[in-house]
Design a protein around this ligand. Structure first.
Ligand SMILES: [Ca+2]
Ligand SMILES: [Ca+2]
Length: 95
């Protein structure tokens, strides 16, 4: 996810890849539901407020299911990238 939304975080130095490693607690390269929640909550805190409003933590379970496209109960890097991109997207970016 390098270079993802470089201008869209409150702290320009925010490194989404470092955050990824930090929240992938067991270091297996994927997010289980608990890890995914930690990661997405962190992104919601760090991303600019005009994007953060698009994420409702109450819908997390639903979103997790939606973006776990192969239904293995884990979000791989590609699946999580879509989760972040689509969830925090402006309406016109979702098309
Ligand atoms: Ca993991
Ligand atoms: Ca999956």
């Amino acid at each position: 996810m390098s270079g993802y939304y470089p201008d869209n975080f409150k702290d320009a130095k925010f490194d989404i890849d470092l955050e990824w490693d930090a929240k992938d607690v067991n270091d297996d390269g994927t997010f289980d539901k608990t890890e995914a929640k930690l990661f997405v909550d962190e992104i919601a805190k760090k991303i600019n407020d005009d994007r953060a409003v698009y994420y409702d933590p109450k819908t997390f379970d639903e979103l997790f299911k939606t973006f776990d496209t192969n239904n293995d109960e884990y979000l791989c890097r590609a699946e999580m990238a879509m989760f972040i991109k689509k969830t925090f997207a402006f309406e016109e970016e979702k098309k």
